[in-house]
Design a protein around this ligand. Structure first.
Ligand code: 48F
Length: 249
């Protein structure tokens, strides 16, 4: 017979076992947008213990709405290998562009990440980082609703060898570290220029302070790069670049 007590205990026992297991990890990724999901999957597939902390309930970041809520996503041909690797359907649009369904893209990236062993903690806000001996060493986390209603509740810490800022336009982790160190000056993104933006966002993604990497739109925010609008190849390729950089250390 089904029992309420078993349902409750099943959730609590299993959640807390996993949370404990993830208090010390190789890579903490903040933000489950396209750059975060791609980086996480590649790192987990190569043996890293990876968690993504996502402040919203649904992972996927800015993918779901395509452009102006028209839920199609444009990807340049340079990132075709990512769509193929993640088994995302696409059609060709002219010679240079691929078109994918935004909902399929978000759902598939999330599914591939979790199946590769990435643990996604949703509803969790990263409010700070640990910095020890000149290196970022972990993330300081709390439940998003606690932050939203400004409850005076202290956060907890997850220790991580590497922290990746995939927080998009917020560049939340880069801003925190910039405030406390002289690592960088977060300039804020510039006006739209898709070709330059997509090239530079990949070029500049990488380590900005020992242990802290930026990727995706947070790279554009840090370096004052132009915005690119609803084209996603640069997001995938910057996540891929950061994953490769960590795997080669
Ligand atoms: O913005 P987002 O999708 O990041 P991205 O990988 O991709 C950007 C594109 O979606 C799009 C674009 C395409 O060219 O320009 O905008 O750079 O996802 C960022 C995620 O980070 C979460 C936020 O809820 C979103 O899902 N996030 C932001 N701040 C925090 C956070 C935080 N402090 N703690 C946890 N999650």
């Amino acid at each position: 017979m089904l029992q309420e007590l078993h349902v409750t205990r099943g959730i609590i026992e299993n959640f807390f076992r996993e949370l404990l297991e993830y208090t010390k990890i190789d890579v903490a990724i903040v933000g489950a947008g396209p750059s975060g999901l791609v980086a996480a999957t590649l790192l987990a597939e190569n043996g890293k213990k990876v968690a993504i902390f996502e402040r919203k309930l649904a992972p996927g970041g800015g993918i779901w709405g395509g452009g102006m809520l028209f839920n199609k996503v444009v990807v340049q041909k340079e990132a075709k290998h990512i769509l193929e690797k993640f088994e995302i359907n696409f059609s060709l649009y002219g010679e240079d562009y691929l078109i994918a369904d935004a909902v399929e893209l978000a759902a598939t990236l999330i599914s591939k990440a979790t199946k590769a062993g990435v643990k996604i903690f949703n509803g969790v806000h990263v409010e700070d980082v640990v910095i020890k001996n000149g290196r970022v060493n972990g993330v300081v986390i709390n439940w998003t609703p606690i932050e939203m209603v400004h409850l005076h509740v202290d956060p907890l810490v997850v220790e991580a060898e590497y922290v990746l800022d995939g927080t998009g336009h917020d560049a939340a982790i880069a801003k925190l570290v910039a405030k406390r160190t002289n690592c960088c000056d977060v300039k804020g993104m510039g006006a739209m220029w898709v070709n330059e933006a997509e090239k530079l966002v990949v070029e500049k993604s990488g380590e900005i302070y020992p242990g802290l990497y930026v990727m995706g739109m947070s790279t554009a925010e840090v370096y004052g790069l132009p915005r690119m609008g609803p084209i996603f190849g640069g997001m995938f390729l910057s996540g891929e670049k950061v994953a490769k950089a960590i795997l080669s250390t």
